[in-house]
Write a protein that binds this ligand. Structure first.
Ligand SMILES: *[C@@H]1O[C@H](CO)[C@@H](O)[C@H](O)[C@H]1NC(C)=O
Length: 236
């Protein structure tokens, strides 16, 4: 799995004939499985529910005028029971800025973000909560991936670690309305979002053997852990 990680890093440097302009971010980006995309297929604001994709992955969208949306569906290591990974879905949107130094800052609309955490070996129900996580990347590159031949986005975290690569799926981007969804998400349907329990048997698929051999998982564990730290703070 480490080998896969290093190959990914090498590919990142191979795609270095690449641009760093804000305009190059515009579009919907998704990881290799192409099963996860931002927009109404991932989060339904009217029913206030997250919709489980077929396979894990992540997706980001950026508009020309400074809005972003993010969809995230991963297995995460379960320290209490390593045989039984937890599953997590996260969605948020808001505004982004690109700094003069090429850094990328994402500022979510705090009331709109949602997270569904599933611990299938502990409970048949998932934990559905708000999600509000500011994100900062020191740099990003957009270039043509020499191996897959598609346009590829790499985001780099503060210590220079590349995120899992994403590929351009839609341009213009596929997104939900970019403003606050509070009015759309009716009171009736706001399903116990403040720490309540969701009734759906979602994310069970992540417990399958397949997810245990997903190399991408390792790149994301740290990110998810810090994201969950943010949520914990929000609710403490
Ligand atoms: C959302 O997160 C930001 C950054 O961590 C924080 O400043 C803000 O207070 C949070 N909003 C809410 C409503 O918790």
């Amino acid at each position: 799995m480490l080998a896969v990680y290093f190959v990914a890093s090498l590919l990142a440097s191979a795609a270095s004939v690449s641009a760093r302009n804000a305009a190059d971010l515009v579009g919907t980006w998704t990881t290799k499985s192409r099963e996860v995309a931002t927009g109404p297929g991932f989060y339904d604001p009217v029913e206030d529910k997250l919709i489980e994709p077929k396979l894990p992955g992540i997706s980001f969208s950026f508009t020309e005028d400074g809005y972003f949306e993010e969809a995230f569906y991963r297995a995460i290591a379960n320290p209490k029971n390593p045989e039984c990974p937890q599953g997590i879905m996260q969605w948020q949107h808001g505004t982004y800025t690109v700094g003069a130094d090429g850094s990328l800052q994402l500022t979510p609309i705090a009331a709109d973000g949602r997270q569904l955490l599933s611990d299938p070996c502990e409970s048949s129900k998932g934990l559905y909560t708000r999600y509000n996580q500011t994100e900062e990347y020191t740099s990003f590159t957009v270039g043509v991936d020499p191996y897959y031949g598609s346009v590829r986005l790499d985001l780099y975290s503060f210590d220079g670690t590349p995120m899992i690569p994403m590929y351009l799926a839609y341009k213009p981007p596929e997104m939900l309305p970019t403003g606050s969804l509070n009015a759309i998400t009716s009171k009736k349907n706001k399903r116990q979002v403040d720490g309540g329990v969701d009734t759906a048997f979602v994310l069970r698929r992540l417990v399958s053997k397949d997810s245990l051999v997903d190399p991408d998982r390792w790149l994301w564990v740290g990110v998810v852990m810090s994201a969950m730290g943010g949520v914990a703070l929000f609710f403490s």
